[in-house]
Design a protein around this ligand. Structure first.
Ligand code: GUN
Length: 285
């Protein structure tokens, strides 16, 4: 049986298309501000994609680019200004921040009603209790892909590889809320191949190129690859060795063109939700 490719680009297109009528129903443009600090090349690419997509959807969009030498107090003042700007519905501070800046304090400072990344402890806490407001974009995008392809999660054994606040931790909560039995593996996990041998669903989000070997994948598993790693020859690879995993998996997300486009689509969706809520419409968050 050949592997089914889970086409995140197509699901992202459908997701963005479904936002059109919600955007049209607003009394003003949704507004998003993306804050980038320093010169991390990957962050520059990601932020460029986020603001470009916001522009295409007709959002008010701002990129605030600060020098890596910015102080904690100066960065906090930028967040305060955006919090107070009525036309800005969503604020995103691109991570990682340069060493020396306290990212937790910065994320905590973003108004939870504008926290379209879903990283504020208020939103993370709501998610953990199964009454989500803003859900982090990447795991929300993974759930949207699985739903789009009608993948049945009920009672399935899922292994999430990675425990970051951005992906692994919220991903595990969402899969559990979809009635999976979830194991979270991480860099200190012993015998990951043994865990994966039982996994009917695998989400790899550990940030190591080709880390999950095809031979570890349970035949018939659904494999979601969140990784985007640039390797020495300049190409992009995921956290899963896609070619060998494709020989055993029933379905797999490609890299690129899998989860990546969904992160941006869900950011746009969260921003529309924030605008709806701030304008007194119900919102979907
Ligand atoms: N860095 C990598 N992924 C993300 C994301 O989803 N949001 C932010 N703010 N930074 C990131």
């Amino acid at each position: 049986m050949s592997v089914q490719l889970l086409d995140g680009k197509a699901v992202a297109r459908a997701t963005l298309q479904s936002l059109r009528s919600r955007i049209d129903a607003l009394s003003r443009k949704p507004g998003i501000a993306v804050v980038r600090v320093g010169e991390d090349p990957a962050s520059k690419v990601y932020v460029g994609r986020k603001t470009a997509r916001a522009g295409k959807l007709g959002f008010r969009h701002e990129e605030v680019h600060l020098d890596a030498s910015v102080s904690q107090a100066e960065l906090e003042a930028v967040v305060d200004t955006l919090n107070a700007d009525d036309g800005i519905d969503g604020i995103l501070v691109q991570l990682p921040l340069p060493a020396g800046l306290d990212s937790t304090a910065i994320l905590d400072r973003i108004d939870a009603a504008k926290d379209v990344d879903g990283f504020h402890p208020n939103n993370a806490g709501h998610l953990s209790q199964g009454r989500s407001r803003f859900v982090p974009c990447t795991p929300a995008g993974v759930m949207r892909i699985l739903d789009h392809y009608g993948i049945d999660l009920e009672g399935k054994r899922a292994v999430v590889v990675g425990r970051s606040n951005i992906v692994g931790r919220p991903m595990a909560m969402l899969l559990e809320q979809a009635n999976c039995t979830v194991t979270v593996a991480h860099s200190r996990t012993r015998n990951l191949p043994d865990l994966l041998a039982d996994a009917e669903v695998v989400v790899a989000a550990i940030g190591r190129p080709n880390f999950v070997e095809g031979g570890w994948v349970r035949p018939g598993a659904v494999v979601v690859d969140v990784g985007i790693n640039r390797i020495e020859d300049g190409s992009l690879v995921g956290d899963v060795d896609t070619s060998s995993a494709s020989e055993r998996a029933a379905a797999i997300t490609p890299v690129p063109g899998g989860v990546g486009p969904m992160t941006i689509a869900m950011l746009m969706a969260n921003t529309v939700t924030a605008a709806e809520q701030r304008l007194g419409l119900s919102g979907e968050g």
